[in-house]
Structures are given as C-alpha cells and as structure tokens.
Design a protein around this ligand. Sequence first.
Ligand SMILES: [Zn+2]
Length: 83
Amino acid sequence: MTARTHRNLTGERFGRWTVIGRGETRDGKHFWRCRCDCGWEHGMVSTYALKSGMSRSCGCLRAEVRRRLMLAVHAQRRERGVA
Ligand SMILES: [Zn+2]
C-alpha cells in the first residue's frame, strides 16, 4: 500500500489506534483524532507517528510493555544496588 502523507486516514487502524477524524495541522504536520482500543481518545496524533509505528496506542500498550521491562530492569538494578 503506497500512501501519500496527506491522505485521509480516518477509519484506519494503527496498532491500537483507530483514526476517528482529522485533527489539527501545525507546522505543516497533520494530526489525527484517534481512539485507542482501551477507550481513550487522543486529539493530536501525527501522521508520522501513526505511519512510522512510533505511536501505537494511548500509552496503555507502552505501559504494558514497560511493566514487563520494568520487572526485568528492576531485577537487574536490585542486583546492582541502584534500586
Ligand atoms: Zn489505550
């Protein structure tokens, strides 16, 4: 799928985001109103963030991944005494 940058993304899904409408345009960047699978809505997700996979959820996905990472990191830190 070859997509141009300024295409209308409404209705498309990116990770947990569903694009529900056009957001603002700032500094030549387009932002989209997105709804996350968890129900959270975000009004300003950039085209770039969506397409590059940089933003794939409201943060709940990242929080889940982080929680998993934190467990590992904490274990390591505890060993090194950094807490
Ligand atoms: Zn979410």
